[in-house]
Structure formats: C-alpha cells, structure tokens
Design a protein around this ligand. Structure first.
Ligand SMILES: *Cc1c(COP(=O)(O)O)cnc(C)c1O
Length: 437
C-alpha cells in the first residue's frame, strides 16, 4: 500500500499534513482496521471509485443517506435546478415548507419540525428544547448510543445510577455532563431504578431505537414500552433519535416499526438526519406543537442557523423523499437487505465461522459472534482482529463496508441481486481464509 503509485496513499500523506489525521470525521481514517483510507473520486448507483480507479460495491452509502444509491437521476435533476436558482438566501423559502409538510405527513408523531444542517445540531437542539419545555435539567442516554458530538452527550456511565457520567472526550468539563445519566441499553431494571431515584428531574430520555452505532442492536419491545410508560408517568419527554433509522428502516422510521407491536406508540420528540438530506447537509427535529412552541421565535428556547433549510439541501431531500415514498420501495429494499444478511449467514456457516446478523428495511448489521448482542458490553466482545481481516478481505475484493465493527451497514435500491450475490461470494472467500487460520 506504500507503493508510490497508490494514489490513495499519496492523497492520505498530503491530507495528513493539513487535516488532523488526514480526515474530517474520525472513523474515515481506518484507525480501527488499519491500512490506508480510500479517497473516493466518484460514485454512481451502488458503486464508488477510489483515487486509483478501483471500484467498490458501497455498503456505507455516506453512513446512511444514500438510500437511492449515488447520483439518482431525479435527485440530480432537482439539485441542478435548485443550484441555478441560488445556493442560499438566509430567508424563508417555499421548499422548506414543502419538506416540513412532507416529513410531518410521513411521521404523524410530530406537528412541527425545525430544519437544521447536521444530526449533531438536531440532537443538541432537541435536548435544549426538552429542557426548556419541561423546566428540568437531567437527561437519560444509553451506553453505546451515539447522538452526535454535543458536549452533554459525550459521556459514559459513572460508577452508580445516581452518580454523574464521565466525559468520553477531553475538552468536555465534568460539570457539563453532570446532568446526563447513562444507562445500559435494553436493561429494564436499571431504567426503572433510575426513574425511581430521579424521575421528576428528567427532561428527556434519548435513545436510538435500533442502535446503528452498536452496529445493529434493537431495543427490545418491552424495553421501548417501559421507556414510553416511565416517561409518561414522570412527565419526561421520550426522544427517538432517528437520524439513522428515519426513512431508512421503514418510511415512517423505527417509530412506525415499534407501533406495530405497541399499539398507539409514539415518541414525544424525533431527531432526523441522513436520509432526509439525501446526501446534502440537512437534519431536523420535531415534536407536538405544545413542545415546539417553546422554540424561538415563538418561545424562549434559542436555536438558529445561517444555512438551516438550505435551498439546495431541501431540494435534494424533497426529491429523495418523493422516490422513497413510492409504493413498494421498502418491500424491495427490505428483501434485498435480508437476502444479503441471509447469504452472508449461509456463507459463514458453510465455512464454520461464527456469524449472526439482522436487518430492518435498508439498515443491517452483523457480528462475528454466535448470537446477536443486546448491550454495548456484549458488542465489544467481538474479536476486533477477525473483523479487521474480514474488512480488508472484502475491501481487496471490491466490497466497501464500514471500517469499524460497531457501525451499521446500508443497502440502497440501486444494489442489484447480482451485486448482493457477488458480495456474498466475496465474503465466502474471506470466511474460508478466516476459518483455516
Ligand atoms: C449520524 C448520527 C448522528 C449525528 O449526525 P451528524 O449529521 O453526523 O452530526 C446522530 N444520531 C445518530 C443516531 C446518528 O446515526
């Protein structure tokens, strides 16, 4: 990989001189798996090409947004048209209203949304709004869930339920996370205890309903049900962070999936991002009117953004939503994603490699473990070295999956059955080498 004609390496060396770690978001650096990150020069449909001109079947999809694959013609056309009309005005536009209306039609748990530019911003603003609306300071989050990098959310569990969490990043003063209570995912007993101790001080409980930042861990139905009941009982707001799952696991997001098992289920607040921007910087958060009216300029909770509701990003988001709203879209996407996971399971079984996987809609995850984990500590039992071999084995065979074992994967509707079959064949080849060691 250090050959002077490896253009990825040439670019990475150049990048490392001017950008910390050579990347603008840490996981891109391949630190967990080793090797040189691929510098992507273009993408089309299910494929991306690196600086050497090498093609890969893409199961990252920009970490979720590219649900239609890259360069979908209807989306490209909408963006090109929008660009000609102007990049940004800092004034309201009709397209923002259209996108807000489209989101609310798809997710009826909300009456109003505010558009922002990143999932981090949406989650951070949601917490401020939840605190402002309830007049309370504390929030609950779960170990292993990621909600962007706002200070109050960069925290891991402390020593006890009533104690403060500890920052997971330097630069975050301990005082800043003293109102964040960190609990174990899928642990109902701990949840009940935490509410019993401080339920009346909790502004909100924020969760990834299907946790893609632990690769793919579902919140159990009884756990979600208990989260809902306790929030209602104590007057805390239940926040579904659907930045990854929204418009991805189903058109109506994970909340529509849980509503099938829990009649009438709705979160109080929803955080969105990734797919709603279709690859452009766009995210949102929303709730019922009673909560959203606390937001400036209606209320006293301040929140703003120079590029919020950007006219090019909203054009991209609207065109993407129009495509995914077509009848049968998620049936087909779900079928392909399940075919990939079952093909990989069979290939691993044939080679005697411990493997398990799960998917919902176009989101998937797998582990080199005999059974699906339920908590962060179980996820972390995966053998990193084996995953790294799988990762590089696939990469060498033209298959691009997330370069870290705790990240979910994504299938787009541009992936064909032939792409999936080729990926399964490549994986079987790699599993063979894993089992003969
Ligand atoms: C990606 C992600 C975020 C952060 O979004 P950014 O746009 O990267 O800031 C927040 N929550 C979840 C669940 C995510 O997957």
């Amino acid at each position: 990989m250090t050959h002077p004609t490896d253009l990825n390496q040439v670019l990475f060396d150049r990048a490392s001189k001017v950008i910390p770690g050579g990347v603008n978001s840490p996981v891109r650096a391949f630190r967990a798996v080793g090797g040189t990150p691929r510098f992507i020069s273009r993408a089309q449909g299910a494929y991306i090409w690196d600086a050497n001109g090498q093609r890969y079947t893409d199961y990252i999809g920009s970490w979720g947004p590219m649900i239609l694959g890259h360069g979908h013609p209807a989306v490209v056309e909408a963006v090109q048209k929008a660009v000609l009309e102007g990049f940004s005005y800092g004034a309201p536009t009709e397209r923002e209203v259209e996108l807000a209306e489209a989101i609310l039609k798809i997710m009826p748990s909300m009456d109003m949304v505010r558009l922002v530019s990143s999932g981090t911003e949406a989650a951070m603003s949601t917490i401020r709004l939840a605190r402002g609306a309830t007049g309370r300071s504390k929030l609950i989050k779960f170990e292993g869930c990621y909600h962007g990098h706002a200070d109050a959310l960069l925290v891991k569990a402390g020593s006890g339920l009533a104690t403060f969490g500890n920052p997971t990043s330097s630069g975050v003063p301990p005082e800043v996370v003293q109102h964040t209570v960190v609990l174990e995912y899928n642990n109902i007993e701990q949840l009940e205890e935490a509410f019993a101790i401080q339920g009346h001080e909790i502004a909100c409980l924020m969760m990834e309903p299907i946790c893609g930042n632990m690769n793919f861990v579902r919140a159990s139905v009884p756990f979600v049900k208990r989260c809902r009941e306790l929030c209602t009982q104590y007057g805390a707001l239940l926040v579904f962070d659907e930045v990854m799952t929204g418009f991805r696991v189903a058109l109506g997001g994970a909340q529509s999936v849980y509503a099938k098992d829990i009649p009438g289920f709705e979160p109080d607040m929803t955080v969105m991002g990734k797919v709603i921007g279709g690859g452009m910087p766009l995210a949102a958060f929303g709730a019922k009117r009673a909560v959203m009216q606390h937001l400036a300029p209606l209320g006293t909770v301040y929140q703003a953004g120079t590029l919020s509701g950007n006219p090019v990003a909203t054009a991209c988001g609207l065109a993407t939503l129009a495509e995914i709203s077509k009848p049968g879209f998620y049936d087909e996407l779900g079928r392909k994603t399940r075919a990939l996971i079952s093909g990989l399971s069979q290939a691993a079984a044939a080679e005697g490699v411990a493997f398990c996987g799960d998917s919902e809609g176009g989101m998937m995850g797998f582990y080199l473990l005999p059974e699906l984990p339920q908590t962060y500590s179980q996820v972390m039992k995966t053998e990193g070295a084996k995953f790294n071999q799988l990762f590089h084995g696939l990469l060498d065979r033209g298959v691009y999956i997330a370069p870290a074992l705790y990240e979910a994967g994504f299938v787009s509707n541009a992936h064909t059955d032939a792409d999936i079959a080729a990926t399964v064949a490549a994986a079987q080849d790699v599993f063979k080498s894993l089992s003969t060691q």
